[in-house]
Design a protein around this ligand. Structure first.
Ligand SMILES: [Zn+2]
Length: 280
């Protein structure tokens, strides 16, 4: 294909950040960290390999996802515990914060609420940054591994993709048929997963997660949350997913309750202020 004469000039134009995030509501990280320091453990759930489990976190409490036993990636869904139509919005979180999120950044909810659901308060993999391949950890660019894409690409019938694991766990938690639970499953935060896009072809890539047992990612719940975490069949995502080939390990989810009064002055995020008239 021939290029226009000014192709180089057009390519040389500097990019502009789509959503400058300096007007986002300020994150009271010092308050959260102080509250976390005095918090006590209130529950825990072990997510079995190639399975998912649900957990609930009241607003103002904390939850921690930990690697135990071996390197393992987790696929996280979050819902408003009182209204499942408000759920994590991976695409908008990516637009606001970038392809991967870490301490001080937030998981935002779907329209029309568009508010922070959870704020990352600690990340033991925060040191990783961006590697020479353009890879980083905890992405909001992947979707969730699912049996439909597996079937499309290879004709397989595989039942332990994160999509299916999350569907079964949510159906059990809500006491509803899988067909009712499945539409609530959504694109995830890929906890501990190391991913990026190739520079040459823009293709989504994964590489062995740098996570080690003892590493964790910790969140402050901004609203009452129902969460579901899948221990991905990709294991550390060094080679493949959508199969039982990879070594997989459990993940640990713990919740922590703040001390009485530790969050005095804190108010949870309001629903988005757009009037929803859409111009009519
Ligand atoms: Zn997965």
């Amino acid at each position: 294909m021939s290029e226009p004469k000014d192709a180089a000039v057009r390519r040389a134009v500097s990019p502009v950040i789509c959503y400058p995030n300096d007007t986002l509501p300020e994150v009271p990280l010092a308050l959260y960290k102080a509250a976390r320091a005095g918090a006590v453990k209130s529950s825990e759930v072990i997510v079995a390999p190639r399975e998912a489990a649900c957990f609930r976190v009241p607003a103002g409490h904390f939850f921690r996802i930990s690697s135990v036993e071996g390197a393992q990636v987790g696929d996280l869904n979050l819902w408003n515990a009182h209204d499942l139509s408000e759920r994590f919005y991976s695409g908008k979180t990516r637009a606001l914060h970038g392809t991967h999120i870490t301490t001080g950044e937030r998981m935002w909810s779907s329209f029309p609420a568009l508010r922070p659901m959870a704020t990352i308060v600690d990340d033991t993999l925060g040191w990783y940054g961006m590697d020479e391949f353009g890879g980083s950890v905890h992405d909001v660019i992947g979707t969730r591994c699912d049996p439909y894409t597996g079937n499309l690409l290879s004709g397989a019938q595989y039942h332990h993709c994160c999509h299916s694991n999350l569907t079964r766990a949510l159906a059990d938690e809500l006491g509803v048929p899988q067909s009712e639970a499945e539409p609530h499953v959504h694109d995830v935060l890929n906890v501990f997963m190391c991913t990026g896009f190739t520079r040459e072809t823009g293709q989504y890539f994964m590489k062995t997660s740098p996570v080690r047992p003892g590493d964790y990612l910790e969140f402050f719940a901004e609203i009452d949350l129902l969460g579901a975490l899948s221990a991905c069949p990709g294991g550390d995502c060094s080679s493949e997913h959508t199969s039982d080939a990879a070594a997989c390990y459990p993940l640990l989810v713990e919740t922590f309750a703040p001390a009485e009064g530790a969050l005095s002055g804190w108010v949870g995020p309001a629903l988005n202020g757009y009037d929803r008239s859409h111009g009519r």
